[in-house]
Design a protein around this ligand. Sequence first.
Ligand SMILES: Cc1ncc(COP(=O)(O)O)c(C=O)c1O
Length: 404
Amino acid sequence: MDTLNATPVCSAVEPEHGPDQPVPFFSQARSFARLWPLISEHVNDVIDHGKYSHGHKVAEFERALAAYTGAEHVIGVNSGTDALVILLRACGLQPADEVIVPAFSFIASASSVVAAGGRPVFADIEPDTYALDPARIPSAVTPRTRFVMPVHLFCQLADMAGVADMSRRYDLTVVEDSAEAIGMRWHGRHAGRLGRGGVLSFFPTKTLGAIGDAGAVLTDDLQVAEIANALRHHGRPGRTLNNFPGIATSTEYLGFNSKMDDIQAAVLLAKLTRLDADIARRNLLAREYSVRLRDCPGISRLPALSSRAGEQEPVFYVYLIEVDSRDELAAWLARRGIGTETYYPLPLHLQPCFAELGYTRGDFPVAEAASARTLALPLYPDLTLPELDAVCAAITEFYAGGHR
Ligand SMILES: Cc1ncc(COP(=O)(O)O)c(C=O)c1O
């Protein structure tokens, strides 16, 4: 385990933070203020151009994202959730096909499987990455299993070497829920390009966040790309696919209205040019948290890169700690104006919407422990060091007060 406990790295003068000033969990307004000159140029271009959905700015963004990720094909859609549904359908999911999904994730990892017509089958996670444990795949496989969906959460990728081994052994198609994983790479290959296809979410809180909902499908497989391109647009293969010309003459698939709108593409295109700098700042702030919190009683786990960490660089989308008295700590911080989030308070197999799948508490103990003990702290490029100090001081004070 590498617990990111290097020496502090921030030294620049940062604005003061008064004792009663709140620290929001997330603030997109700050990054918009910082990037507005760049964003407004692209937004004005869209407005002048006059096509506001599925237009030239979307195509421009798709090309830029293809260059950033190395993906052969990028299909911009209206959310990460729709990207998952479209990807599963484009990969040929048939009714009642089973998809192995980690028990600890955002609801869309599993609800997308149902929306695409399949059935999620859950498996437990690894305690360090919080991602699907490849060793748990064999016990989830049945004669109907056709897909496995690793989900890359918080700051690092799932064990993709292990997932690849298992997918070969059981003949499973790998679709990556890389909604949180922009910038993450495995041996230099971007997340979403480690299986048949993957997705990105540009929900405003994400590392690359839009000004509303947006998402993308990534794939190197032309057939998957062509079907996904059609599915996002009512099943019509009409619009360009990364400059791929086509004329809509018929509706080949039962698709969706899941087009990306051009204002989102304009914002994303502008923010993409700053993405690597934003990621560097996120990673730096994560190291600062780890330095300050490493000896704090009550915290049982700081973000730890897996022992396979040499294979990848972290990208801190979320800084997640495991703590005693999690809900009391969150309430205590909230009373001091400090925002936190619980990702994810109930594991997927215990969600009421999946009751009919027949899982019970105790089925996936690592996922259940993670849901009970983890808390996400404020982390975004425009968080200041004094704000980060205030968060750490408040946590330390909480446990110094005898809370357990
Ligand atoms: C792991 C994961 N999967 C899927 C999604 C769905 O993305 P979106 O919110 O863009 O629909 C998210 C985003 O919240 C996510 O974090």
